[in-house]
Design a protein around this ligand. Structure first.
Ligand code: IVH
Length: 668
């Protein structure tokens, strides 16, 4: 008796927490506390199997695996809804309802049209005893075991005046976030992902093993009462509220509204909100709120006269891929774009869909000529959702060939390891990247060209006055004053600031080149480390990584930037145009302690890294060469030094070991 009471108390507590969490959306205890009580209950039930109730909160984990689903006959048929696709058709529906029922200003219960599948759930004396799919409307499948595992669905109703019999109808669906997670899991496990949340919900509900269903992020919202015994209010909206009070989950978006305008406004508002909702909806359901009026209006065929669905424009459509083009973005990213046979989807005609990158092409397994499903969700650019392989006619299809050079400027392409994007390396030269490159070049932290804003850069490029940053310095007053809204005075001012901007610092200049991932700080480090643009230009990928903050990826960006003839051309043009920086470095070099000396480093070292030795010597004005010649002043020989050391000995060149080097560096 005492144990039975304790089991009841714990169950009640968990039911309250579930209700607060799933129905009220107000979690009241930390997860850890919930888990603790859940464990307590589990233990008691295990020790006392006779006291285990089928509706205990612990029974939501699944267990039973069926060999097939039983058929269930619905006591009241589960109907479907008529659809409308435009405002006028909705107004017609509303007018017809008023007409047929001889009433004015009908109040409607307005609900989101949830994109899942309809389910009927029967509660007897407040306990969930059966759940069935809609099936053909007359008979469905008994999915009780699976439905019982749905997290936000109570196995037991709560609150006052619970009817002896209550059938609730509603939609089983999958939250968008849960869907993404599930698909990722399936993908990682090498299994086929679901096409959309509705398919995922349907597939999960049809699992014969309820443990699998339990592992799927399913959810349920009620939208109607089926058969019931007892008293219920006469308003659909109030019924929904009543269901909520009995602990059943309902959507927060359900509203009771009167008048054409209010009804249309709701549609507009929820369409806007749609991308932010946690679940997929595919329209709005308008129901005559008064149940007596509903009964009076009745049905035509299999749909009620008192309700209709105002659907959002279809978001998916079938079309053919006619070609694939490759676009170069402002930052050089190459994006494959499918050219489609124009198709009306999501309210607009679509003739392009992004294929994102090479990996996505592979994932989709798409060919030119394929029949595909295009999808347009919210503001998102149209995507190819999947290929209808069964519709493929092999003689009409063609492999998609990714370009090997930039389709705009023919520069080499690069793909950084671990990144999906393939990019053009033409930075300063590439027509697609030109405007952005010039804007960046003249921006405040770069050359800081006063009076050369983004708008003006676009104008200059569009008028074909410049096509690289170097051309800025060739601009004439006549050219500038020919531009719209550019007077003589502003032209002069701009020429003056262009002139002024030529005197800069090496760090700013490096930053202005717009090398990928070389921001202000990295540019500074590079300038301090290499001191001259030639030294930087000549640095290897390995050597670049000895600069602080420069990892392999950045090093590669820098290295490949200086391996592009186009970039070198622009760079030289800029220097020829007179860009310069205080030659502190060059001037100072002649005064440095090791100026004029040529060092060669060979062997391995214990204290200093070879790259550090090199830069330390360079900092002191020395040149560091790769091979020993008569000109070599000193050879720094570490352990296991080989032929270079022998040659130095032969030539009688000064040889220093690491200790001697450290003393030298210290002294200097
Ligand atoms: S009421 C007689 N309300 O839409 C009216 N259905 O096209 C029966 N649906 O099978 C349905 N959200 O799966 C109703 N708020 C909502 C709904 C809704 C989604 C689905 C349901 C139904 C289908 C009819």
């Amino acid at each position: 008796m005492r144990i039975q009471k304790e089991i009841q108390r714990l169950s009640q507590q968990l039911e309250n927490y579930n209700y607060q969490y799933y129905v009220l959306d107000e979690p009241s205890v930390p997860d850890a506390e919930y888990d603790y009580i859940f464990q307590q209950l589990l233990i008691l039930e295990k020790e006392n199997p006779t006291l285990l109730s089928a509706n205990s909160p612990t029974q939501k984990v699944g267990g039973l695996a069926l060999s097939k689903f039983e058929q269930v006959t619905h006591q009241k048929p589960m109907l479907s809804l008529d659809n409308v696709f435009e405002a006028q058709a909705l107004k017609d529906f509303m007018l017809r309802a008023e007409d047929k029922s001889d009433s004015h200003n009908i109040t409607f219960c307005i609900e989101p049209k949830l994109d899942g599948l309809a389910v009927s759930i029967i509660y007897k004396e407040g306990l969930l005893i059966q759940a069935a799919t809609r099936g053909d409307g007359k008979t469905g499948e008994n999915v009780t075991e699976n439905v019982k595992t749905i997290k936000n669905l109570p196995l037991k109703l709560r609150g006052e005046n619970i009817p002896p019999l209550l059938e609730v109808r509603g939609e089983v669906f999958m939250l968008k976030a849960g869907f993404d997670k599930l698909n990722k899991k399936l993908n990682d496990a090498g299994e086929k992902p679901f096409v959309n949340p509705r398919n995922a919900a349907a597939g999960s509900l049809r699992q014969l093993d309820s443990k699998i269903a339990a592992s799927r992020p399913l959810a349920f919202y009620c939208y109607a009462v089926g058969v019931f015994e007892g008293e219920l209010t006469n308003s659909q909206f109030e019924r929904i509220n009543q269901l909520k009070a009995w602990g059943l989950p309902v959507s927060d978006e359900v509203k009771q509204l009167t008048g054409e305008q209010a009804c249309l406004d709701y549609y507009q508002a929820i369409e806007k909100k749609r991308p932010d909702l946690a679940y997929e909806i595919d329209g709005v359901v308008y129901k005559v709120d008064n149940i007596t009026l509903q009964d009076k209006l009745g049905f035509v065929a299999r749909a009620p006269r008192w309700a209709t669905a105002y659907k959002f424009p279809a978001e998916e459509a079938v079309t053919t891929v006619e070609n694939v083009e490759f676009q170069v973005g402002r930052t050089g990213a190459i994006t494959p774009v499918a050219k489609l046979k124009p198709v009306f989807v999501g309210g607009v005609t679509v003739s392009n869909a992004t294929l994102h990158n090479k990996d996505e092409i592979k994932r989709l397994g798409i060919l030119i000529g394929d029949v595909v499903i295009v999808r347009r969700a919210g503001d998102v650019i149209p995507q190819v959702a999947r290929v209808l392989v069964e519709k493929r006619e092999s003689q009409k299809t063609e492999k998609i060939i990714f370009p090997v050079v930039c389709p705009v400027c023919a520069s080499a392409l690069e793909r950084i390891e671990g990144e999906a994007t393939i990019r053009c390396t033409g930075g300063l030269y590439c027509g697609a990247q030109r405007k952005e490159a010039i804007k960046h070049f003249s921006s405040r932290k770069a050359l800081d060209i006063d009076g050369l804003g983004n708008k003006l850069v676009e104008l200059l490029v569009d008028h074909k006055l410049i096509d690289s940053p170097a051309h800025l310095f060739d601009l004439t007053a006549t050219q500038l004053s020919s531009l719209p809204r550019m007077g003589e005075v502003s032209a002069k001012k701009l020429l003056n600031s262009l002139q002024m901007s030529k005197k800069t610092t090496l760090a700013r200049f490096l930053y202005s080149l717009g090398i990928r991932e070389v921001g202000e700080a990295t540019a500074n480090n590079l300038a301090n480390h290499y001191k001259t643009i030639d030294a930087l230009k000549g640095a290897s990928i390995e050597n670049l990584q000895s600069v602080s903050d420069v990892g392999e990826i950045v090093a590669k960006h820098i290295y490949y930037f200086f391996r592009q003839t186009h970039n070198i051309d622009v760079l030289n043009q800029l220097l020829e145009a007179g860009i310069h920086w205080p030659e502190i470095i060059q001037l100072a070099v002649s005064d440095l302690p090791l100026t004029g000396q040529i060092f060669v480093i060979t062997g391995s070292f214990n204290v200093m890294a070879r790259s550090d030795i090199k830069s330390a010597l360079q900092d002191l004005g020395a040149k560091v060469a790769g091979s020993v010649s008569k000109k070599t002043t000193t050879v720094i020989a570490g352990e296991a030094a080989g032929s270079k050391l022998t040659k130095a000995q032969d030539l009688g060149i000064e040889i220093m070991d690491e200790d001697a080097l450290l003393i030298l560096l210290n002294k200097k």
